[in-house]
Design a protein around this ligand. Structure first.
Ligand SMILES: [Cu+2]
Length: 163
């Protein structure tokens, strides 16, 4: 087997290496950028909503922000229970994300893919991403997983950090 490669064999081998290199290059960008876009619907005058959008972008998410004057209709259409309602409502990869949900919880949702409608941080806890108030102690709050099969506590946070 140690004979020198024939010309035609060498060409085949080279072509195979080049093709596999091209395939690897073509696959690389898709693997690196698999984060789905977060589509946020919010009131145009909502400052803390914009703060949350900034938080998601800083965490590396692509965010498409859509202004709406009728958030209640959007929440109803997406199946957000009234008890879990907050200011803005977002959609990502088929899930609904209601309120000031930390980016880390969304990352976990996308990785674990639970059978649920989505995540919610009801109300607007002080210190949650986008709700930082200078000089104020951050609240401890729950991120709720909700859907047709009920509700459960998905994560607990104090400010921007899980507890
Ligand atoms: Cu808010």
């Amino acid at each position: 087997m140690d004979r020198p490669l024939l010309g035609s064999e060498f060409v085949t081998l080279t072509r195979r290496l080049v093709l596999s290199g091209v395939a690897a290059l073509a696959a690389a960008p898709a693997a690196a950028g698999t984060r789905p876009t977060v589509r946020v619907t919010k009131d145009p005058h909502c400052g803390c909503c914009n703060g949350w959008v900034d938080h998601l972008r800083a965490a590396g998410f692509d965010v498409e922000a859509v202004d709406s004057a009728d958030l209640n209709r959007v929440k109803a259409r997406l199946g957000v229970p009234q008890a879990l309602a907050s200011c803005h409502t977002a959609e990502v990869a088929g899930y609904v994300v209601e309120g000031h949900v930390p980016a880390g919880a969304i990352e976990r949702l996308l990785a674990e893919k639970p059978a649920a409608r989505g995540l919610a941080v009801p109300g607007m806890p002080i210190g949650s991403p986008g709700m930082e108030v200078e000089g104020a102690e951050p609240d401890t709050y729950e991120v709720i997983l909700f859907g047709p099969s009920g509700r459960s506590v998905f994560a607990r946070y104090r400010g921007a950090a899980p507890v």
